[in-house]
Design a protein around this ligand. Sequence first.
Ligand code: SF4
Length: 337
Amino acid sequence: MIPRTVPTWQIKSWQDELKELIQDPKTLIDRLQLGSEWLEPAIQASAHFPLRLTESYLSRIRPGDPGDPLLLQVLPLGAELIASPDYIDDPLEEHRFTPVPGLVHKYRSRVLLIAATQCAINCRYCFRRHFPYDDHQLSRPEWQQALDYVRSTPEVNEVILSGGDPLSLGDKQLAWLAQQIAGIDHIKRLRIHTRYPIILPSRLTPDLVEAIRHPRLRTLLVMHCNHPQEIDQSVIDGLNTLREGGIQLFNQTVLLKNINDNSRILATLSENLFDAGVLPYYLHLLDKVQGAAHFAVNDADAKTLYGELLTLLPGFLVPRLVRETPHEGSKTPVLPI
Ligand code: SF4
């Protein structure tokens, strides 16, 4: 008999949870007891970039609080429909760095594979919110084409699985990919960029660890967490499974207005991540994607906040403040005032 206090999502498989994503704005607004004035803008904005979130993530949002920092990351707003100068559909110009479908080669020593075309959540600020995923849905021969590109590019020593979210793939597909990548002599590391540890921690199983590890590769997982409220016991338990399986864990955060643009919140986030065995890695300025301008923190405020953060944390817990610029050979550090 399952104790009544265990929420339903905690006793379901991750595949079942994925089938029950919240995608209807009215459901979200009703479940969180928000006013009806949020509904029409949410319907309009989600027609352009659909609403998606998991029950697990929903359980960490405070009902009745339209300013909740987790809600603000997922609730479609009318502000997304206002065109903003300098904000474009492909702010990183990834289409210029796509030599074969499904593969982005921007930085010399690593390539990024668009391993999956969907996420279990749609973050409203996502820089790939307009990404033409349909053009990157790969068949097996196209996967081979992408892997052949890696094979014929010896300066690449690291493959990054991204998307969409690569952990949307099943374990068998991930294991196949890891094996293919491990078969390329010059590849040393497999890196996985994912938000699943935060949005669907039940995805973090020993079977997943088995699938993504290979004796010839170092496996790193870079998760995406923006606020301390996103980390609860289910997240900590999932991360433990990964750590115990020998996966090295890092985090990247996007600096978001009215969500985490506060040095004390960011300091708590770093402390809590480290307690969970995760090293804070990057603090990204927002990529200027159309529909997300209301999340932007200006450079001066970001630098001031970062200067404060330096005084609140030991150096190893301070993520690097960076911005991504389309034609630079690396991320660009942003230094404090
Ligand atoms: S999880 Fe990452 S890729 Fe998916 S919507 Fe959020 S920011 Fe975008």
